[in-house]
Design a protein around this ligand. Structure first.
Ligand code: ADP
Ligand code: MG
Length: 240
């Protein structure tokens, strides 16, 4: 199994990221501008042009939306949540799409609650990103196993295991770099954003993969316990 440990140095490359965003957005804008100019000149525009314009607009939209997850205009709200419910919501959200692609989710949750201090929408985004990558890695379908492990008193350990195409050693090194993707319609922002969110939660992300076998993504998040939480009422809403 090859391993990718979280690489926080990648996450501080704000300048590089900004340049990347400008570059990625300029390409589709240039295409759109070209076709509009063509239409203006020749008053001729065909379906394949409009299709391309629409897909370029979609691409800009996707890139900007992914960034908005990080740069939300409203205040970030940390609260105590039972991560079983957070994960359950994400599974419900993706279930029908999974069925469409012949993918089955197998879910293992402990019986007792597993509390974490989190910005729940961002945490959901983490698991949406990871599960979507798993789904996209299984073009003919298969099983994705989502496991929440509560054996460790200090950490909630969440693993997502897929039976997909896997990631080569060389590619594994690059994953998490902004705009690194091998998908036609990918943005290459999912893992980078996921890493950012997990860092903000003092957690870790590890990706292990074997080509042709599948990938295991492990997320750990600091746990809190009900007793500790009761003594702390009012301290759990952090705005920042
Ligand atoms: P995107 O999904 O837009 O390509 P991500 O940052 O989410 O961007 O992922 C980057 C790349 O990492 C993907 O293009 C894919 O090559 C690889 N990857 C991520 N997760 C998996 C997985 N579960 N199985 C195989 N490849 C993966
Ligand atoms: Mg992705």
């Amino acid at each position: 199994m090859e391993e990718l440990l979280r690489r926080s140095e990648k996450l501080t490359m704000v300048g590089q990221l900004a340049a990347g965003v400008a570059h990625e957005i300029r390409n589709p804008l240039t295409t759109l501008r070209g076709f509009l100019q063509m239409q203006q000149r020749a008053k001729a525009i065909n379906m394949s042009h409009t299709d391309l314009m629409l897909s370029e607009l979609d691409r800009i939209n996707l890139i900007v939306s992914e960034f908005l997850i990080l740069a939300k205009p409203q205040a970030v709200h940390f609260q105590v949540k039972d991560v079983r419910f957070t994960l359950g919501d994400v599974i419900s959200l993706l279930d029908s799409e999974a069925h469409l692609h012949n993918i089955e989710f197998e879910v293992h949750f402990p019986q007792d609650s597993v509390l974490v201090h989190c910005e729940e929408n961002q945490l959901k985004q983490v698991f949406i990103n990871v599960l979507k990558n798993a789904m996209e890695a299984m073009p003919v379908g298969g099983r994705i196993t989502l496991r929440l492990d509560s054996d460790c008193p200090k950490h909630a350990v969440i693993t997502v295991t897929d039976e997909g195409v896997g990631i080569s050693k060389e590619r594994l090194k690059k994953i998490g770099e902004p705009f690194y993707t091998n998908k036609e319609k990918g943005t290459g922002l999912g893992i980078m954003i996921t890493q950012r969110i997990i860092e903000a939660h003092q957690g870790t992300l590890v990706i292990e993969s074997e080509i042709g076998q599948g990938t295991v993504v492990t997320v750990t998040l600091p746990r809190i316990h009900a007793e500790a939480e009761q003594g702390n009422i009012g301290d759990n809403d952090i705005v920042g």
